[in-house]
Design a protein around this ligand. Sequence first.
Ligand code: GRF
Length: 198
Amino acid sequence: MTKAQQHTSGQKHKNIVVLASGSGSNFQTLIDELEHDDSITIRALVVDRPCRATQRATQHGIDYFELNRNNDTDFNASVLQAICRDADLIVCAGYLSIIPASFIEQFPEKIINIHPSLLPDFGGAGMYGMKVHEAVIASKTQQSGCTVHYVDSGVDTGKIIQRATVPVTHSDTAETLQQKVLVEEHKLLPAVVQSLLR
Ligand code: GRF
């Protein structure tokens, strides 16, 4: 169905904005999922530092904006708000900056985040990237995974939408666990975006 047909059939076209800070492999899975989907468009990528995710945006003709982390928080919140105006979903895919509370209040249950552990375990301030996997290995738990959750004003405290699990074996290191979890992230995030927007 073309965008024009959706318009006449009354089906609303959906827009999402993605926020990232790193390699953008999760952003890439959204590009791949939505590239041939006429009903959902990635309107823009927002980054908070120079990172590989912007190359992916350029390769796929997606506009990107780089926020300066040294800017006043309220200023960045208003820039974000302008970019995300009318967005149906805002997806934090490896975005490392804390999202300003004034921005979150404007988009109740419209901002989601992917976290590389089974929340509420191994979340919170300072728990990001490899630190999460190191803590999981140190705890000797036999299960880890990833979580997609709504973003609220806390750190990794918003309502959980969906989780995916992976086994942690004796031979796992933080690095091998990160790779295993990332495989699940790449399936979970596009699936949740599709289910929330349909
Ligand atoms: C992922 O592990 C994600 O869960 C976490 O940051 C990492 C981002 O990876 N929040 P990438 O930039 O999508 O490759």
